[in-house]
Design a protein around this ligand. Sequence first.
Ligand SMILES: *Cc1c(COP(=O)(O)O)cnc(C)c1O
Length: 378
Amino acid sequence: MRPFLDLKALMARDEHALHAAFTRVLHSGWYVLGPEVEAFEHEFAQLCGVDHVVGVGNGLDALTLILRAYRQLGRLAPGAEVILPGNTFIATALAVTEAGLVPVLVEPQESDFAISVAAVEAAITPRTGAVIAVHLYGRLADMPGLRQLAQRHDLLLIEDSAQAHGACDEHGRVAGSLGDAAGFSFFPVKNLGALGDGGAVATNDGVLAEQVRKLRSYGSSEKYVHDAKGVNSRLDELQAALLRVRLRRLGEDAEQRRAIANRYLEGIAHPAITLPSQPSWPLSHVWHLFVLSCAQRQSLQAHLQRCAIPTLIHYPVPIHRQAAYSELSSLSLPVAERMAGQVLSLPLYPGMPEDYVASVIDACNDFPHDESREGSCR
Ligand SMILES: *Cc1c(COP(=O)(O)O)cnc(C)c1O
């Protein structure tokens, strides 16, 4: 079986530079909140086109700390409602709960499975304080539409950019700069991945950045002086140094991801398979995942498995159907639910061998229409 994502090969491309970064940190004798984190924050802020980046422990903490900071700054009332899509990774909802706020799940739209501006608008109540837009699978959500809506209702607009490092709109504005604040994850499989956990908050709001900076380190900006009840959630010097190496490849990696996605979009043609739609502006999608829909997903997945092609499902159970959120179980979100039952992610990563890409296309096209027959593999 080939890999779904060949992380070892991705890292091997930078073996020497990663070793050098490791050695630099090893020999520095300084391992938490030092020059590497500072340099990475600066470099990543430049990439995102924002004034401030604060490195934190992981993507969940990035989102949680944004919301906690807004609460402490009086920008969100305790128990305020936060609107988010029902078809995201559970961390988006956990951040809301963790910050003492109330998650309100809404439907994605059929066309691209991104959060629907109309659904957000319909969910706004007097208690709504913020909207979290998720750039799901690496594709920018409708930020102009959401920004307008957020401004009209005086709501904070937060980006969950965990899957969309470097995605940019037709004006060159990059994920992380499109709302009031954004959370990023550097979990190894993300488009910009560390060799362990990592995350960051990006924002143009200096007051928010300062508060998050305090919160990540026990609520303190001066040793043993604590202005707020903080946490311990910091990006390590070591991970920051490794991320600085990986950051240099982000642009070319996105190009490679886009080229493979285009091969799939042009090469796969099957009546039972619905391909993801192309965004009108190609750079607004960094193809963290290539996700198709198929009503016979189980058979398609089994067929691909027989052809030695691994697939994954992002995500099989919507948030309101998770035991962890039993309080939301009475919700009905038919689009999100149908999506959970039909989506299937194909392998896609920078450096994916051409014959592997071709075999994925062939295997999809060879999926037997008649389910009683076993499909052939070339
Ligand atoms: C990965 C991810 C997160 C959480 O990031 P971690 O670093 O794993 O905590 C949040 N939201 C989305 C959409 C993600 O894909």
